[in-house]
Design a binder for this molecule. Sequence first.
Ligand code: SF4
Length: 435
Amino acid sequence: MTSVATAISLITRDEAEHRTAEGAASTCSSDLAQGPWEFDAAEALRGMPAYGPGASSADVAPASTPRQGQLPQEYKDASEDELHARIRAAKETLGDRVVVLGHFYQRDEVVEHADFVGDSFQLANAALTRPDAEAIVFCGVHFMAETADILSRDDQAVILPNLAAGCSMADMADIDSVQQCWDQLEELFGTEPDADGRVPVIPVTYMNSSAALKGFCGEHGGIVCTSSNAATVLEWAFERGQRVLFFPDQHLGRNTAKAMGVPLEQMPMWSPRKPWGGTDPETLRDSRVILWHGFCSVHRRFNVAQIEKARADYPGVRVIVHPECPMEVVDAADEYGSTDYIRKAIAAATEPTVFAIGTEVNLVNRLAAEYPQHTIFCLDPVICPCSTMYRIHPGYLAWVLEGLVGGEVRNRIEVAADVADTARVALERMLAARP
Ligand code: SF4
């Protein structure tokens, strides 16, 4: 079985094969070869949370970020083979009582135990197909487990194997900052609809946000979107509102609205904790989409120079990037779309093709292994996975599953009923929105 350290060195070697001209590729942190429990222990000592090694290591984690208690020593000492055997044995004992979900960006050593692999919303829906499961073990990050809890039955326990697996982008918009922004916008625009019945502002939150923000949208006539349906959701919002407040990912908001013809000058950025969000009332009055100052540190690593290099190295290369990438990267790519779009585009290619992909490296390398007839590589030559996905390790998965076998539910994620009720409203609006 491949260890994380070996996996990273293999990824590095594979990348280096594509990048001989610039020498061996590297990882963004040698700490990635350690067990995530090293960081859980360091956090406990430091008293301050951090995202750990990977793309978000420089982002500031809020003090309220959940922390993971110490993993029992036996799981840290266990060999990878032993952990895999224990996971398989626990799953076999639990049978239909448990369903394990693995996000596309999760490491292979975890994904191999998943009953379903997909993006966050696909996984939350996949869990609904297993009504007999008493426990849903979500190998992803915190907001995904929250969404699964909102959509699942009350008697189903949603478990996040490592509580420190948050999301730096989701943390960039907290409910207090969004409420302060909303109060200022209401002060500026009032609440009365115009002659066409459109209210001044519709809040739209990306799926990658806390349950509290989904609840905020449900409560204020707003809606949730995914990277697959963002344009449909913005159309829904423009039918009902004069403008949109889009959080937390500025890039998804900007790329989507720009493709719909909204001029950049009508998309001011709202920076929390600055007066008028760092913009001014006049600009806000003329706006169509107010973009929250949030971003994904994984997708922010992609740049135009990487695309130019891929085109120089592989004439005819097909460059596909995720819409969480900056606008200039999306503009320079051949195509952009969600992880689902990227997967389908590769699956649909009938001739051997070279693909340069701008999304998380675990998914890109899995696609490369799945479609050996194509040459598929990550645009970023530096191996820098999502810091928080990295916090899930087979050791934590074994620990929560063996807890279930022993009758103990560890690391349950529960959304308060009032928040879940309003968040569900925003999610249901999304499901009902049609292009
Ligand atoms: S890839 Fe980006 S948006 Fe996704 S969980 Fe990681 S930090 Fe969050």
